[in-house]
Design a protein around this ligand. Structure first.
Ligand code: SF4
Length: 230
């Protein structure tokens, strides 16, 4: 454990949650129920912005309209690449998408169908283990699928959440990606996974910028140790 760092108390986490809630509100969204779609969307989001990700996703859905995921799995990789080109690094992403869909089919899980709906009935740790066994799928992607698609208790830690959480002292300085996810899961109030994730993310995008955080204009300034801010 880093010298001087202590895991935040539940009271401190609630205080941060409340302050973020005052600024950004309380986001509510029902899980959409499409885990494969979320998985592919998360792959498409790598190294690009939300707009380009969505353009690439819609192009993929349009090109392989009916039975989309079966058709994408069986399509030549260059056809997938062409469809998702607006999302950037399309060669890598197309190969990854195809590899993931094939791995799901070949794993035989869910009765051999190309489906991840069965994850909804699994313990979270089991579902995480399965998802992270798929090619190129890490904890963040797995957490997106479990939380956004299925409403399960997991919390994605992306670059914004990691940075803001680190500066606020929620995470151990120097913690790796696995540890960040484990800690986030331990400290997030039950039932507030979506809210805590989204509001930390919003704070990272709107105030706690990577290079020059707007500390003078930050609603959390008085409770922030500003770890790592020079
Ligand atoms: S006070 Fe500064 S470092 Fe702390 S959360 Fe606010 S913007 Fe980020």
């Amino acid at each position: 454990m880093a010298a001087g760092w202590r895991r935040p108390t539940a009271r401190r986490v609630r205080a941060i949650r409340d302050r973020l809630r005052l600024v950004y509100g309380r986001p509510l969204a029902e899980p959409h129920g499409h885990p494969i779609a979320e998985l592919i969307l998360t792959v498409l989001s790598q190294s690009t912005n939300d707009r380009n990700r969505d353009v690439a996703y819609l192009a993929l859905r349009e090109r392989f309209a009916a039975d989309t995921w079966v058709r994408v799995r069986d399509a030549p990789v260059d056809e997938i690449e062409e469809a998702i080109r607006p999302g950037g690094i399309s060669r890598i992403k197309s190969a990854r998408i195809k590899a993931i869909l094939r791995a799901i089919s070949e794993s035989g899980a869910g009765g051999g169908d190309l489906s991840l709906d069965w994850l909804a009935g699994q313990p979270v740790a089991e579902a995480q283990r399965y998802l992270t066994s798929l090619p190129g799928v890490g904890r963040k992607t797995a957490a997106c699928v479990l939380l956004f698609a299925l409403g399960m208790r997991d919390v994605p830690v992306d670059t914004h959440v990691a940075r803001v959480g680190m500066r606020l002292g929620l995470f151990r300085p120097g913690a790796g990606f696995e540890e960040l996810h484990d800690t986030m899961l331990e400290i997030t109030p039950r039932g507030e996974e979506l809210e805590f994730h989204l509001n930390l993310l919003r704070h990272g995008r709107r105030t706690c910028y990577a290079r020059q955080p707007n500390c003078p204009g930050c609603a959390l300034q008085r409770m922030c140790p500003k770890i790592g801010v020079r």
